[in-house]
Write a protein that binds this ligand. Sequence first.
Ligand code: TRP
Length: 343
Amino acid sequence: MENKSNNRPAPAPRVFSGVQPTGNLHLGNYLGAIRNFVTLQETYDCLYCVVDLHAITVWQEPSVLARHTREVTAAFLACGIDPKTQIIFNQSAVPAHAELAWVFNCVARMGWLGRMTQFKDKAGKHQQNASVGLFAYPNLMAADILAYKSTHVPVGEDQKQHLELCRDIAQKFNNDFDAPDFFPLPEPLIQGPATRVMSLRDGAVKMSKSDKSDNARINLNDNADLIAKKIRKAKTDPRPLPESEEEATTRPEADNLIGIYAALARQSRGDVIQQFAGRSFAAFKNELSDLAVAVLAPIGEEMSRLMAAPDHVDDVLRDGALRAAAIATPIMDDVKRIIGFVR
Ligand code: TRP
């Protein structure tokens, strides 16, 4: 494999992604991220990280943070990520993340971070009261990725800007220290359609862990009855199902349910619309409910089983951290040598 631009060998492909342990993992996390992680393990060596250092950029209750860390791990396992062939671990267990993040705090510019829309959204009107960590969050994310010289990062729309910043940091580090190609410039892996899952109560806002109404989302650990109830109660408009994709786009709640059905059934929106055009929402919801229960209930059951005795989950994290550190440590040794740290 050759890089077209410079004839140096391309870096070995490696996937990195992270999920925050902040609770309420839901259908949007599954269809938008975790399900793709499962597919990627067939083609790539993958590191899947529970990013607890990122979580504490806003206050977390210590006992709750621990539970949520195990819950994300349980979700990874229940969804089918293989902890033997891939690496599942929590961020704080591998020192390279925090170490490299400090280096990147000194590479990235204030102005770059000041442009990050997620910081502006999260800090809102209270920027002076936000933690320094929340501002520097993208530097830590760049450290996550580059501590392993990862080349590919599955990200949703909301994280694209952070990944671009990561590329800028990699490039500036390579330039500043005259270490061409030391860090790869990681590429986004964009997943197929229907990754944007909207609230079941309002087709205009994303399904969110922090929605006040639990009925707005399907949690990964909801049981079959709850999944069916939430779909039955999902907001729709009074008309039957749309006849065309064009019509669907003008009806956000209908479009969302069609998108969820298509993603769960691994069909295109067009096929789903063709199948159900003109039928009543009551009939469609019955089918959607059966499908959602068939896909999600086993995941929820496996998560409950794992959480009831989390020793296995803890073993997976410990083993993953050792294997992650074995990759990151020699890279960090090179980083320190390049910077001029005496060792
Ligand atoms: N910031 C990501 C999110 O909130 C989580 C994350 C942390 C991440 N480090 C990462 C994602 C590295 C991809 C790669 O969704």
